[in-house]
Design a protein around this ligand. Structure first.
Ligand SMILES: [Zn+2]
Length: 368
């Protein structure tokens, strides 16, 4: 019974997180003892990029470079921005896309969704390769696949993303019953938290949590409600109501950093860098504070916050954000929950979301 997923299939689960700068996949196969998160394995891709191989008249994009000599220079980054600003130029800020195209002007690049499909196919094939390398793999094990997307995306952006996933042919490898399903990155993080902190959450007696994703391009923070009991299976799509969501482009203060910091020299004077971080910490703290106040005004009981995303790994920034929030919210300040790896919280949750009986078992064993 434990070897059965909720759909009655005993197979692997793959979760994909297509991040702005950091992408990851989680793979979990059932063993003789059932599904255990201890058996979860990961594939990490940093940065989210494709390699550009120059031909005589054209360019070819590859997930893995054939010729590793080219590895340093010719990399196509900011792939996620291709989907994001294309259909929804928020705040009129197209800096990412502009920098993307200007750095590759003169090259005949494929369309945006083809570029993204190429990356997704590569990421998925790596995850499948990881799965096939595991002892528990069996050729008939077609995995359930969960793909995450940003909570701030418009329906148009999501639709473009899904079309890229279709072009990548990922569904061809999925279990025919369980197929490919989509959830927001925030829902995935909450699922990971319910798994890692089920005992703390039970004590807090809270009905929703703030998930703040400090990414390379945007800060996406949301109040995400969660049930205190785990359903037998989750809804087909993200149907759970989101109380509120707020999104902030951090490119206004980190634009030049996030665009160039990865592979080019970042030359800033010490004072400038400090200013950027102070401004960034202030913006992030204000974002969370506003979200918390709004949730409170709607009688929602938010007692915990989780920080994820690459920028949250900056210790100085994290300390400043926490300090500001504790000063402003005093005794009402939610508890900061930590996850085992902030860069893997999304893909982990994408897998766990397909296995709610794992969470139920945890919660039941605690009640007993
Ligand atoms: Zn299945």
């Amino acid at each position: 019974m434990e070897n059965q997923c909720i759909y009655g299939c005993a197979h692997g689960v793959i979760g994909l997180d297509f991040g702005s700068t950091y992408s990851a996949a989680a793979v979990l196969l059932p063993s003789v003892d059932g599904y255990s998160t201890r058996n979860m394995v990961f594939f990490r891709k940093f940065p989210t990029s494709l390699h550009v191989i120059h031909g005589e008249n054209d360019v070819e994009l590859q997930f893995d470079p054939v010729d590793r000599v080219m590895l340093r220079k010719d990399r196509l980054c900011h792939l996620k921005a291709l989907l994001m600003n294309q259909t929804n130029p928020r705040n009129g800020d197209n800096r990412m896309v502009n920098s993307f195209y200007s750095s590759w002007s003169g090259l005949d690049l494929p369309d945006e969704d083809v570029v993204v499909a190429k990356f997704l196919k590569g990421l998925f094939e790596k995850a499948l390769g990881v799965a096939r390398g595991l002892d528990a793999w069996h050729d008939r094990l077609r995995p359930a696949i969960t793909i995450t997307y940003p909570i701030s995306w418009s329906p148009e952006e999501l639709s473009m993303f899904r079309s890229a996933v279709r072009s990548a042919g990922i569904a061809d490898h999925a279990c025919r019953t369980c197929r490919v399903r989509y959830i927001t990155e925030h829902r995935a993080v909450v699922t990971t938290m319910q798994h890692e902190h089920h005992n703390v959450l039970a004590e807090l007696n809270s009905d929703s949590m703030i998930v703040a994703d400090f990414g390379g391009m945007t800060d996406d923070a949301a109040v995400v409600p969660y049930p205190d009991s785990i359903p037998l299976r989750y809804p087909e799509e993200e149907e759970l109501e989101l109380l509120d969501r707020r999104m902030l482009h951090n490119s206004s203060y980190t634009g030049s950093m996030s665009a160039d910091a990865e592979f080019r020299a970042l030359l800033l004077q010490k004072g400038t860098l400090k200013q950027i971080f102070d401004k960034s910490a202030e913006a992030k703290a204000s974002l969370i504070e506003a979200l918390f106040q709004q949730a409170a005004s709607l009688q929602h009981n938010v007692k915990c916050i989780v920080l994820t995303g690459g920028f949250s790994l900056n210790l100085r920034l994290e300390a400043q954000v926490k300090k500001k929030l504790r000063e402003r919210l005093q005794g009402d300040c939610p508890v900061f929950l930590e996850t085992f790896d902030r860069r893997l919280a999304v893909c982990t949750g994408a897998v766990l979301w397909r296995l709610p009986h794992l969470l139920r078992r945890l919660i039941d064993s605690q009640d007993a």
